[in-house]
Design a protein around this ligand. Structure first.
Ligand code: C2E
Ligand code: CA
Ligand code: CA
Length: 400
């Protein structure tokens, strides 16, 4: 990834000269240097638009933490790279703090910075910004209606594979909305609009029907393929939802036991009493239950134990940072331990590289999902993917 304009802030003039050369060598078009945090803010205020800020943490007038707060307050939209001589635990904590405040942190490097570490961090920034489809900023109510009522909703399927032997173990269905220019829109704005307009249950049921219709044809080693769908936590307030959902998939010819429902951890605890009722009855009806985006909420083991989950999905922010960030790696380790203690299957999302695969396999993750294996694809392409048979594990692992 090359940047147009990098801005380096560090109180050490020798480091500034050295880092400037390294960034130019790494392909940055222009590099500017300043010696303290307030100078960064002054440059932004005077109209500078760096797409990368390389930030030291320990500076005499204005430390890196307060600079990061100021950048977040200004809604700085470029990327941030932290380079510091502080202990890794401090650097990682600041990186996490910056991400929590909405900054796009591409990584952190412990001084002395080497060209290799810099290149790896810059390449990581590109990875994080990858998009799989053009994402409209807004969803229109008419297209939402078309999705729910007139067949504009198309499930895409992304495989999940076993980290032990690379076999396909299931798929996640992800909603795509067909737009007028024969493109597929990302689901996030539509899910949010449906949640605001009390149409989310209808959207989920339409999705469940469409998914079940395709799932009937998916076989792996002559067995029906387990498929997951996403459920909005808003639907967990509705006590008859498990019955409606079961009817929807079974009328389309798929038993509830073949479907896993993924519920994001982030907002799970907002709906505690009703959610417990609804989730328990979903489980009794045979659905699998997966706690999605694990690590983004505040569940501890007791909270998790309350709900009858069968699977835990580690959020992709942890998967993707585990190689470079000790805190993310510790979160993966804790999640695996927690899942094993509760008897849950552990899936890592967002697996993009062989190095990530190898690290996650070492940490005891059971299944992987991500661009390394395949991007989400239309049902017809997914059927062909299944028909090609089990890919061997050396396709995913650097070691094999
Ligand atoms: P999610 O459930 O966390 O789904 C995983 C997202 O990560 C998907 O984005 C998927 O395309 C993307 N992804 C998969 N592998 C990789 C990878 O290796 N790298 C990267 N960077 N991304 C990867 P997508 O399809 O855009 O969906 C976004 C979110 O929208 C989903 O996040 C889910 O929360 C929601 N969503 C999708 N379909 C539905 C649905 O039918 N109902 C509801 N309620 N929500 C849905
Ligand atoms: Ca999901
Ligand atoms: Ca997820």
């Amino acid at each position: 990834m090359s940047y147009q304009q990098a801005l380096i802030v560090d109180d050490d003039a020798v480091f500034l000269a050295f880092a400037e050369d390294m960034l130019l060598d790494a392909g940055c078009v222009a590099v500017e240097t300043v010696e303290e945090g307030p100078a960064v803010i002054a440059r932004l205020a005077s109209g500078a638009t760096p797409d990368l800020i390389v930030c030291d943490l320990n500076m005499p007038t204005h430390d890196g933490v307060s600079l990061i707060r100021s950048l977040a307050e200004r809604r700085y939209a470029g990327k941030v790279l932290i380079v510091s001589g502080e202990p890794n635990s401090v650097i990682d904590a600041v990186a996490k703090l910056a991400r929590m405040q909405g900054l796009r942190v591409i990584g952190s490097i412990k001084k002395p910075m080497t060209p290799l570490a810099l290149m790896a961090a810059l390449a990581g920034g590109e990875r994080g910004s990858k998009k799989e489809s053009a994402e409209p900023l807004t969803a229109t109510p008419s297209l939402l209606d078309a999705a729910i009522e007139r067949g504009a909703l198309h499930p895409f399927f992304q495989p999940k594979v076993s980290m032990f032997d690379g076999r396909v173990t299931g798929a996640e269905a992800l909603a795509r909305i067909a737009t007028s220019n024969s493109d597929f829109a990302n689901p996030v704005p539509y899910v949010q609009l449906a949640e605001r307009n009390s149409r989310i249950d209808d959207l989920t049921i339409a999705m469940a029907r469409a998914v079940a219709k395709h799932t009937r044809g998916f076989l792996v080693r002559n067995k029906p393929l387990p498929v997951s769908i996403n459920i909005s936590p808003v639907s967990l307030k509705r006590l008859d939802f498990p019955d409606i959902l079961k009817d929807a998939v079974e009328l389309a010819g798929v038993p509830a036991s073949q479907i896993t429902l993924e519920i994001t951890e982030t907002r799970l605890l907002e709906y505690e009493a009703d959610a417990l009722d609804v989730l328990t009855r979903m489980r009794l009806k045979g659905f699998g239950l997966s706690v999605d985006d694990f690590g983004t909420g505040y569940s501890n083991i007791d909270r998790l134990r309350m709900f009858p989950f069968t699977e835990l999905k580690i959020d992709q922010s942890f998967t993707q940072n585990a190689l470079s960030d000790a805190f993310a790696r510790a979160c993966v380790e804790t999640s695996v331990r927690l899942a094993k203690e509760l008897g849950l299957k552990v899936v890592a999302e967002g697996v993009e590289t062989e190095d990530m695969w190898d690290l996650l396999a070492d940490l005891g993750v059971d299944e992987a999902q991500g661009y390394l294996i395949a991007r989400p694809m239309p049902a017809s392409d997914f059927a062909k993917f299944l028909a090609r048979g089990a890919p061997s594990i050396d396709q995913y692992s650097r070691r094999a």
